[in-house]
Design a protein around this ligand. Structure first.
Ligand code: HGY
Ligand code: MN
Ligand code: MN
Length: 408
C-alpha cells in the first residue's frame, strides 16, 4: 500500500491554519477576503512547487493539474475541497481535503507512479457561504447549478459584490467553470460530527449527504416602550422570533434525530435595551437526509409562521437562500474506500454527511464520493476543531490508494 509524506501534509495544514488567525487561535478566511487571498496564494505556491499547472475559472475556483504526455488525453480524476472558512474556524475543515489532494499528487510523483489519467486538485470558491449565499457556490457554479454571471453579481452580507472582490484579490479567473470534465471526484474531509469519534472508527465511507434548506425570515412588530407597554398590547417581533426558534427545536425533537435546525444569525431593530423590537431578521438552516421529510419541515415552518401572524399580530416575510436536495454518492467509489480501508486494517463504516460539501455539487457532473476522518468530540466550525495526527495520516493514506486504484 502507498503512503503519503505525512509530515509535509501536517506541516502544510498547520501553516495554512496560521493564515487569518487571531490572538485566540481562531482563524477567519471569508470568501474573497484579504485573509482568504493569503490562503489562496499559499496553496497556489504549493501547487506550483509540485510542478502542477494552475488554472483559475471565472468564479475563482483554483485547480492544480498534473498531466503527462502519456495521459493528457484522458479524462482526469479530480480531488478537492475548499480553503475558505466560517468565522472563528478550525484549521481542518476543507483545507485537509485540498492539501491531502495536493499531497497525493506530490507523493505519486515522488514514487514515480504515473497514473493512466491526469490528476487535478481543486480549491472551490465560497464553500461556506457566510459572506455570500449560497454556500458551496464555487462548486455549484462549476457543476452548472448556478449561472456564473449571476453568482459574480451576488451581494454579500457586508454589501460587497463577489465579482468585484474576486477581482480585487486577483482571482478573477480565465477559465469557463466546468472546463475540466472529471471522470470522478473524491473529497477527503473531517466528519465535523461525533459518530466516528464516539464509535472509535478511523474511516467514514460517505455514501450520501443530507438535504439543506436556508431561509431568511423577517418579522415586523411595533416598537414601543419596554416599561409602559402592557404585555397584552405588545406586537413584539423579538418574542415571535424566539417562538420560531423553539418551534424548530420541537420539530427536531419529534423527528427521531433526522431533522436538525439552526438559527445562526439574528438581528433586532432598533436593537435598544428598552425598546420592544419592531423588527427581527434571522436565518433558519434546516436539514434532513430524506427529501420528503425536509419538505414536511419546510411546510410545517410555513404553516407556523402563518399562525404566528394571527396570534402575535406580526407581519412575516421569508426569503429562500439555499435549497439543495439530498445526494447519493457513487457506489463503486464508496465500496473502493471500504475495500482500501479494510486492506489497510483500518476500521470503517458507511455514513451520511451532515454538512454540505463541494462533493454534493460535483456529483451532478461525475461519479463522486467522500472519505471522512474523525473529529474529536464532533466539534467543528469552532477553533477547537481537532483531528488526531494518526487519523489525518490514515485518511490521506486511504486517499492515495483509492486514487491510485481509480486512476489505473
Ligand atoms: O453549511 C455547511 O454544511 C457547509 O459547512 N458549508
Ligand atoms: Mn467543509
Ligand atoms: Mn464548513
Amino acid at each position: 500500500m502507498l503512503k503519503i509524506n505525512e509530515q509535509r501534509l501536517l506541516n502544510r495544514i498547520n501553516q495554512l491554519g496560521e493564515i487569518g488567525i487571531d490572538e485566540n487561535g481562531a482563524r477567519t478566511r471569508a470568501a474573497a477576503s484579504d485573509t482568504e487571498k493569503a490562503g489562496r496564494d499559499q496553496v497556489v505556491a504549493w501547487m506550483k512547487e509540485a510542478g502542477l499547472r494552475v488554472a483559475v475559472d471565472y468564479i475563482g475556483n483554483i485547480f492544480g493539474i498534473w498531466e503527462t504526455e502519456s495521459n493528457k488525453h484522458e479524462a482526469p480524476i479530480m480531488m478537492g475541497s475548499h480553503i475558505d472558512t466560517v468565522i472563528n474556524a478550525g484549521k481542518y475543515d476543507g483545507c485537509y481535503g485540498v492539501l491531502a489532494g495536493l499531497e497525493v499528487i506530490q507523493s505519486l510523483q515522488e514514487q514515480q507512479i504515473v497514473t493512466k489519467c491526469p490528476l487535478v486538485v481543486g480549491a472551490f470558491t465560497n464553500e461556506e457561504g457566510i459572506r455570500y449565499s449560497p454556500d458551496m457556490m464555487g462548486s455549484l457554479v462549476y457543476a452548472g447549478g448556478l449561472d456564473v454571471k449571476e453568482a459574480l453579481a451576488i451581494v454579500g452580507v457586508d454589501g460587497t459584490i463577489l465579482g468585484e472582490e474576486l477581482k480585487r484579490i486577483g482571482y478573477e479567473g480565465t477559465e469557463e467553470p466546468g472546463f475540466i470534465k472529471p471522470r470522478a471526484y473524491i473529497e477527503l474531509h473531517i466528519e465535523q460530527g461525533p459518530i466516528l469519534d464516539v464509535e472509535g472508527i478511523s474511516i467514514g465511507a460517505v455514501e450520501n449527504l443530507q438535504g439543506i434548506s436556508w431561509q431568511r425570515i423577517e418579522i415586523k412588530g411595533v416598537a414601543n416602550h419596554a416599561g409602559t407597554t402592557p404585555t397584552n398590547m405588545r406586537v413584539d417581533a423579538g418574542l415571535a422570533a424566539a417562538k420560531v426558534i423553539t418551534f424548530m427545536r420541537d420539530r427536531c425533537n419529534q423527528s427521531g434525530g433526522t431533522t436538525v435546525a439552526t438559527t445562526g444569525t439574528i438581528a433586532f431593530e432598533p436593537n435598544a435595551i428598552n425598546v420592544i423590537p419592531s423588527k427581527a431578521v434571522f436565518t433558519v438552516d434546516v436539514r434532513n437526509p430524506n427529501e420528503e421529510r425536509l419538505i414536511a419541515e419546510e411546510q410545517a415552518l410555513a404553516a407556523y409562521l402563518k399562525e404566528l401572524e394571527a396570534t402575535d399580530k406580526v407581519q412575516i416575510s421569508t426569503e429562500q437562500l439555499v435549497r439543495f436536495q439530498p445526494v447519493q454518492f457513487d457506489e463503486t467509489i464508496v465500496s473502493m474506500v471500504e475495500q482500501v480501508a479494510n486492506e489497510m486494517h483500518l476500521s470503517n463504516r458507511r455514513m451520511t454527511s451532515g454538512a454540505g460539501q463541494d462533493a454534493q455539487m460535483m456529483a451532478r457532473i461525475c461519479p463522486s464520493a467522500m472519505i471522512f476522518v474523525p473529529s474529536v468530540n464532533g466539534i467543528s466550525h469552532n477553533p477547537k476543531e481537532y483531528t488526531k495526527d494518526e487519523d489525518i495520516f490514515a485518511g490521506a493514506n486511504v486517499f492515495i490508494n483509492v486514487i491510485k486504484n481509480l486512476a489505473q
